[in-house]
Each structure stands twice: as structure tokens, then as C-alpha cells.
Design a protein. Structure first.
Length: 120
């Protein structure tokens, strides 16, 4: 099974970095630069994992993942933030399947996605 991962971050540079990091890894990656666009994607129900940045205008990563948990509970949720302590305190760690500190290395990103893939 090919694991489909959606990255949501308002920083195009970061999205490009994720794209480079995951090239030739076997993950099928999708990218959105605006969190509000997620609900307009016809392919959303095919996504296995969503990685969302906490600090985004309009809809924070925590808010996005809360909505995602309600609408698509089967999708694994990963929050990435420069201040994980504060972000996790907002909603509690039960909302996420994993968290990553930003910036994250290719090794930690791959380890996180691989571990979540094993539970699909």
C-alpha cells in the first residue's frame, strides 16, 4: 500500500523542503499552503496522514487537526510546531497521533511517517 501524506503549511519554502526530503521514499505526498483549502479537496478521504504546521493564518494546526479528527477520524494526525509544549497544552496530546518539532530533520520526519504507516 502506498501511504498518502498531506502537508499543510503556509510557508511555500517549507513545503518545498518536505517535497525534497520525501522524494523517492515511497510516500505519495500532497501539499497545501492554506489550511482552509483542505475541505475543498476531492482526494481528502484517500489521505492516510496529515502533517499540519501549528502557526498558520486563519486556521491553526491545532484547529485544523481538531476538525479533521471530527470529520475524518481514520486519518492519522501530526502537529509540527516550533513550540510544541504550548501547542499541545492548548488541546491535549490525544488529538494528535504524533508531534514533530520544527524544524525537523529528514530522519525524524521519515521515522514518524514510517511508524504511523505501520498502524494503518
Amino acid at each position: 500500500m502506498v501511504v498518502k501524506v498531506l502537508f499543510v503549511d503556509d510557508d511555500e519554502y517549507i513545503l518545498t523542503a518536505y517535497q525534497r526530503m520525501l522524494r523517492n521514499t515511497g510516500f505519495d505526498c500532497f501539499f497545501l499552503s492554506a489550511a482552509g483549502l483542505i475541505w475543498q479537496q476531492s482526494w481528502l478521504d484517500q489521505i492516510n496522514i496529515v502533517v499540519a504546521d501549528q502557526q498558520m493564518p486563519g486556521l491553526s494546526g491545532t484547529e485544523l487537526l481538531t476538525q479533521l479528527a471530527q470529520r475524518h477520524p481514520q486519518i492519522k494526525r501530526v502537529l509540527i510546531s516550533g513550540d510544541l509544549h504550548s501547542a499541545c497544552r492548548q488541546k491535549g496530546a490525544l488529538l494528535y497521533h504524533a508531534t514533530l518539532a520544527k524544524p525537523c530533520s529528514k530522519a525524524s520526519l521519515l521515522q514518524c511517517l514510517t511508524q504511523l504507516s505501520e498502524t494503518l
